[in-house]
Design a protein around this ligand. Structure first.
Ligand SMILES: *[C@@H]1O[C@H](CO)[C@@H](O)[C@H](O)[C@H]1NC(C)=O
Ligand SMILES: *[C@@H]1O[C@H](CO)[C@@H](O)[C@H](O)[C@H]1NC(C)=O
Length: 241
């Protein structure tokens, strides 16, 4: 494919991924690195960095992005195996250079576009046991943004259609009574809320409650957040880290 055509394709594909700006979804970010010259399989010059990511498809394992003054971006692609990432694949590079590696899902995990690699448990456990039972290199799902959260809801709505299904995720009721994502960030409990179902959180203060995603279309819970006693057993969602 010639460069002009490749750039045009990148611009087109970029529409689909423009929401991923600023967040690592199916790509993991390494700052201060670029792909070693010997590992580069192809390259392109584009107008926006996300076009580089959009062009990293199929055989592409990683893409390095750097500014090409005055206002273009240069992408270098590699098809070399991910296992080589820390060794021969990259070389340190300062400043504006950024390296994106395609996140490859572990066995048992499903790639949910713009969210990451997700594992859905086959057993129901209480919250503590669930958090301890995420497979190696994963932890209870947390949303980095409303976009992540809604994309996850859409995936669950398509994949798990039984009414009253609830999944534990990495959301806890902290001692200061805020609702916190494991790993950082809080969610307000004011209504109307784009996260919480309209009657949640609603466990009495005497109960230790944890957060889950709940389906009850009759009450307009389309995998919106609901709290429940942490001791109850539910299936759970883990996200590869
Ligand atoms: C690469 O290096 C980083 C930091 O040194 C380390 O955390 C990571 O596990 C390494 N990844 C691989 C695939 O070896
Ligand atoms: C959670 O489940 C584990 C394993 O079944 C059990 O040992 C633990 O006591 C339970 N914790 C709570 C708070 O119910």
């Amino acid at each position: 494919m010639d460069l002009a055509l490749l750039a045009a394709l990148g611009a087109l594909l970029c529409v689909c991924c423009s929401i991923e700006e600023g967040s690592a979804y199916t790509f993991r970010t390494f700052m201060g690195a670029e792909i070693a010259t010997t590992a580069i399989s192809s390259s392109a010059v584009v107008q926006r960095p996300c076009e580089c990511r959009a062009l990293c498809r199929n055989a592409c394992v990683a893409v390095a992005i750097r500014r090409q003054p005055p206002r273009h971006f240069h992408c270098s692609f590699t098809d070399k195996p991910v296992a080589d990432v820390n060794t021969t694949l990259t070389v340190p590079a300062l400043g504006s250079k950024v390296f994106y590696k395609r996140l490859v899902c572990l066995p048992g995990f499903t790639l949910v576009d713009n969210v990451g690699c997700i594992y859905v448990s086959t057993v129901a456990l209480n919250f503590t046991a669930a958090a301890a039972s995420c497979p190696l290199d994963s932890q209870l799902f947390t949303a980095n943004s409303l976009i992540d959260f809604n994309t996850m809801r859409e995936y669950l709505l398509k994949s798990f259609t039984s009414k009253y299904t609830q999944f534990w995720i990495g959301l806890i009721h902290a001692p200061d009574s805020t609702w916190q994502w494991l790993g950082g960030g809080t969610i307000a409990t004011t209504h109307p809320s784009q996260y919480w179902g309209k009657f949640d959180p609603n466990e009495p203060a005497t109960v230790t409650s944890c957060g889950g995603m709940y389906l009850d279309p009759g009450l307009s819970y389309l995998y919106h957040l609901a709290d429940a006693p942490c001791a109850k057993a539910y299936m759970f969602l883990c996200k590869q880290i």
